[in-house]
Design a protein around this ligand. Structure first.
Ligand code: PLP
Length: 650
């Protein structure tokens, strides 16, 4: 058994909780637990102010921001930009690199207005730019870049309008770089330049042959959807030369995919890209920039391994490797080292938002021992009672063998099966079946207690799995399709844990079911230091206090990927900024979608919905099926409901 298993309820403390949920590993400098047993947030990192997350939620609820609630800590966003830039500054100093680093934020990671605007504001000291992957994102980028030094990397498929827009934006005073991703874009760029009599800054996205092991490994390699192969790159250079545009070729770009778990993948890609960069320079392109794309990963489970929910490198390792590898490539090659650009999205926005949801109720298997009736019980039930008694007798004897426990459990399962067969054939009443089930779970409960006492022996699988039988389902006021879509779509893991009661030992194991009617609407995979566990340690619900759970590190991709399955809309969102007087300010509030919003999104007309119901209730009044009072009550429910959010209210 692990340490937590042996810690009794009265010696449990917050550091046990911290290691149980891995908070001490994934929380970095931003999240920890205070002596009250609540999670605290340090939005500015180590030396900054702390906010008690539980208290903060209560205060936001007091401002009528009901759960589920997304809290965005703008200071964390600022700190992430600062951390990435500082890491590159240090690497450049360490290796005496002769170029500079300049980041761009890939808009697709989180396009919300308040997020991109906040990023642009806090990124100003580092000339943070933007990366657009579509025409709509280009519009956001064009309107939000005001720093003339900031870069605008134009990725994605490009038609004439996209190309012309970015050429004209250069004349507006911005620095858009059109990155050629498809071979046929070259001709369109040349044509547009001739027509406008103006040239764009040009980049090329290379299709590297380095293979990634990550989930998005297909983003590179010979079969990838994006980028130019080596022959296509050479052809492009030739076309640009003939069109007298080669002097505008400034940048080589590659992107190895998101959440790269293994730093070795980056190194291979950097070496290959470094060589292509040098060759392009030798072919006569001025170059100047190497854009290493995104992929900088997040250690979701804090295990520091190359497993899917982690990374085997730190931010500083990453920056060092980028700088050192490119430095080495250029050494003795008569090429000045390029200015380095990265397009980190996940690494900038993951930490700053925390999703808080409440638990509505729980379901558990009934494992209390049913009392014996006066009359005789049937043989199957008698057998189950005997099995239970024999397990409880183990408690008194000092030497219990694992095989005895194993045998007791196989017996109990056999009797349970017998009871089902008897019920199906009509030999057992529903009351007896219920007794049999309860006795089986009571056996499991007693067995768990005995198994926990066993030290230093290998516990067989079926006994390890006993907890699973007694696991509970916690019903969460949440739609995972809206708020954590990647848990469903690509089995991504996020740290999930209660944000309070962390002085108490969690006594139950459970998973979460969401509000949707979809059987996939569950959270049932949890971080486990490099592994995955199907159940999370959770507390017993209290009648008079809501149980609040936080999902952390979900600031990247979840919001835009989230969908309206079962018509659950956006949650309430609050932007928090620390203020000077040791307190905080709610900078922005974005109200949750109302039900009317969701109906309209599906082309329904909320007014018509209301009117149809009014007509129906009027008819019911006339036919004396419904009183005027009740009709009024029904209409009120509907009117108010249309205005309110799509989530449940306590
Ligand atoms: C998605 C994407 C990014 C962002 O990747 P992260 O792993 O989130 O940093 C950067 N560049 C391009 C071209 C992308 O498609």
């Amino acid at each position: 058994m692990n340490k937590e298993g042996l810690t009794s309820e009265d010696t449990w403390n917050v550091s046990h909780s911290s290691s149980l949920y891995g908070l001490n590993r994934w929380g970095e400098k931003y999240f920890s637990i205070n002596s009250l047993g609540n999670i605290v947030v340090k939005p500015k990192g180590e030396n900054g102010e702390t906010l008690d997350l539980f208290e903060l939620v209560k205060e936001l609820e007091g401002r009528n921001l009901k759960l589920p609630l997304l809290i965005r800590f703008d200071d964390i966003l600022e700190d992430r930009i600062k951390s990435i830039n500082t890491a590159f500054e240090q690497a450049i100093k360490k290796y005496k690199y002769e170029g500079i680093y300049q980041g761009v934020y890939p808009v697709k990671c989180n396009q919300q207005q308040q997020v991109v605007e906040t990023l642009m504001k806090y990124g100003r000291p580092w000339n943070l730019g933007l990366e657009a992957g579509s025409k709509a994102e280009l519009l956001i980028a064009l309107s939000l870049i005001s720093d003339p030094k900031a870069l605008l990397i134009c990725n994605g498929y490009k038609d004439k309008r996209y190309i012309e827009t970015s050429i004209l934006a250069r004349q507006l005073g911005q620095q858009p770089i059109l990155v050629i991703e498809q071979a046929d874009e070259v001709e369109r760029i040349i044509k547009a330049s001739k027509e406008l009599g103006a040239a764009p800054l040009i980049g090329i996205r290379g299709k590297l042959s380095t293979q990634s092991n990550g989930k998005w490994g297909e983003s590179i390699g010979d079969k990838s959807k994006f980028g130019l192969s080596i022959p296509e790159i050479l052809q492009t250079v030739e076309s640009l030369k003939q069109a007298n545009l080669l002097h505008e070729l400034r940048l080589l770009h590659f992107h190895v995919g998101s959440q790269i778990n293994d730093i070795a993948i980056f190194k291979d890609a950097l070496q290959e890209a470094g060589q292509i960069y040098i060759e392009l320079n030798k072919l006569g392109a001025p170059m100047g920039y190497l854009d290493v794309g995104g992929g900088l990963g997040i250690d979701y489970d804090g295990s520091q391994t190359s497993t899917a929910a982690s990374t085997n490198y730190s931010l500083q390792n990453y920056a060092n490797d980028v700088v050192a590898t490119i430095q080495e490539c250029c050494l003795g090659r008569d090429v000045s080292p390029p200015n380095l650009i990265s397009e980190s999205g996940r690494a900038i926005t993951s930490h700053f938002s925390v999703l808080i949801f409440n638990i509505l109720s729980e379901s558990k298997v009934p494992s209390n021992v049913p009392s014996k009736p006066d009359s005789q019980e049937c043989l199957i039930i008698k057998n189950l009672r005997e099995t239970l008694n024999s397990i409880n007798d183990f408690s008194d004897s000092s030497k219990v063998k694992i095989t005895q426990l194993q045998e007791a459990w196989t017996d109990a399962l056999k009797f349970k099966e017998d009871s089902l067969a008897a019920f199906r054939l009509g030999y057992m009443s529903i009351l007896e079946r219920s007794t049999a089930e309860q006795l089986t779970w009571a056996c499991a409960k007693s067995l768990i207690r005995e198994v926990e006492k066993i030290n230093g022996q290998i516990i067989p699988k079926e006994l390890q799995g006993l907890n699973y039988y007694l696991a509970r389902t916690y019903y969460a006021n949440l739609s995972i399709f809206r708020s954590a879509p990647d848990t469903w779509a690509i089995n991504q893991l996020f740290p999930i844990m209660p944000i309070h009661r962390l002085r108490e030992k969690p006594t139950n194991l459970g998973d979460f079911a969401d509000l949707t009617c979809d059987s996939d609407g569950k959270l049932s995979s949890f971080i486990n230091n490099g592994q995955v566990k199907p159940l999370l340690e959770l507390h017993e619900l209290k009648a008079d206090e809501s149980y609040l759970i936080g999902m952390f590190l979900g600031g990247a991709y979840q919001e835009v990927m989230g969908n309206s399955h079962n018509l659950f809309g956006s949650t309430n969102t609050a932007h928090i900024r620390l203020s000077n007087e040791r307190s905080y300010k709610v900078n922005h509030v974005i109200r949750a979608d109302s039900k009317a919003d969701l109906l309209e999104a599906m082309e329904h007309n909320p007014k018509l919905v209301l009117e149809r119901l009014r007509i129906a209730s009027e008819l019911a009044i006339q036919e004396r099926r419904l009183s005027i009072n009740d009709a009024q009550r029904l209409m009120e429910h509907i009117e108010i409901s249309l205005r309110e959010s799509t989530y449940l209210q306590e």
